[in-house]
Design a protein around this ligand. Structure first.
Ligand SMILES: [Zn+2]
Length: 322
């Protein structure tokens, strides 16, 4: 038996807030009698009945028609193309309350943002905070929405003191990596990565659509500047998890947006990907960094980039070793 609860009858604030966030993107919910499960219209198969069931204490969900399922409400928001406001509400909710992990779902060595992490929005009058925003928006051309969407923050003390923090989330919305980046002219250390963290991850996986062309670039700032389906490598190497995802997924086109000094690596990867039937393109930024390049320029560069073949890979390799 199901009964309609509206906004009443929930056991606690945490579950009440979760329902409200989901109702914002999926429409009204129907509660089960014990109040632990809520039923919604499924954003995946769009069945006319409420077939998406979510367990409120854990956020685990499943559609009984199409099988769309997961362990985090982030996935539902992603499926509905929810606005950054919805994401930031859910992010705050997850930060304030502990949603029990499903027993079979324990991640090893779960990575945490630095204790001193503060999000860039909402803003404060802190001087470094204002400088960080000015740098990202005025110098690098990011928008406020970019900063909210990627949960960009900063630290004013600790190991990552005076650095901007770029988190990366996996497909379930769990943190899988982050880097600190200093932008101050007198800073001694420019980049800092979390000690011992596993780099064999897919950067920004949470935002990646595996049905569209993928762009691989070096840093998270490059990826955000490119503004379309870009994965940061946190270096010049394509790690195993990403390589096997690229090879096994149905994506047809891969664009490599790496610095000129990584060209030889890039050509090796290109050869491998072509071997798996992918069309590979190299973006030619000349002497510029992707994030020194205007968005309009990036579109032009994307459109003008040439598809690599085995024979022009060989030519390029020869010209590099000469
Ligand atoms: Zn469904």
């Amino acid at each position: 038996m199901l009964k309609q609860h509206g906004t009443h009858g929930l056991k606690n604030m945490k579950e009440q807030q979760l329902i409200e966030i989901l109702e914002g993107v999926l429409g009204g919910a129907t509660m089960t009698r014990d109040g632990d499960e809520a039923l919604f219209h499924c954003p995946s198969c769009k069945h006319h009945k409420k077939k998406l069931s979510i367990n409120l204490p854990t956020q685990k969900f499943q559609c009984w028609v199409c099988g769309f399922k997961g362990h985090k409400a982030y996935r539902i928001l992603k499926k509905t193309n929810a606005s950054p406001t919805h994401f930031s509400k859910l992010h705050d909710l997850n930060k304030s309350y502990n949603f029990k992990k499903v027993k079979t779902y324990v991640k090893e060595n779960s990575l945490q943002l630095p204790q001193e992490f503060k999000p860039l929005y909402p803003t404060t009058n802190d001087n470094f905070h204002l400088l960080a925003i000015k740098y990202l928006t005025e110098v690098r051309g990011l928008t406020q929405l970019d900063c909210i969407k990627y949960n960009i923050g900063y630290c004013d003390s600790g190991l990552f003191k005076n650095m901007i923090i770029f988190p990366s989330y996996d497909s379930e919305g769990d943190l899988n990596y982050f880097v600190g980046r200093s932008f101050l002219a007198d800073s001694y250390i420019k980049h800092r990565q979390p000690k011992g963290a596993n780099k064999d991850i897919i950067g920004f996986e949470f935002y990646i659509n595996w049905n569209l062309p993928i762009i691989l670039c070096e840093s998270p700032l490059d990826a955000i500047s490119i503004k379309r389906n870009a994965i940061p490598l946190y270096g010049k190497k394509i790690h195993d998890t990403l390589m096997s995802k690229l090879m096994s997924s149905s994506i047809k086109q891969v664009y490599l947006a790496l610095d000129a000094d990584a060209m030889l690596n890039a050509l090796e990867y290109a050869e491998k990907l072509i071997g798996f039937g992918k069309e590979v393109f190299i973006l030619d930024f000349g002497d510029k960094d992707p994030n020194d390049t205007e968005f309009v320029d990036i579109i032009n560069i994307l459109h003008s980039s040439k598809q690599l073949t085995y024979s022009n890979i060989i030519k390029r390799k020869l010209s590099l070793v000469r």
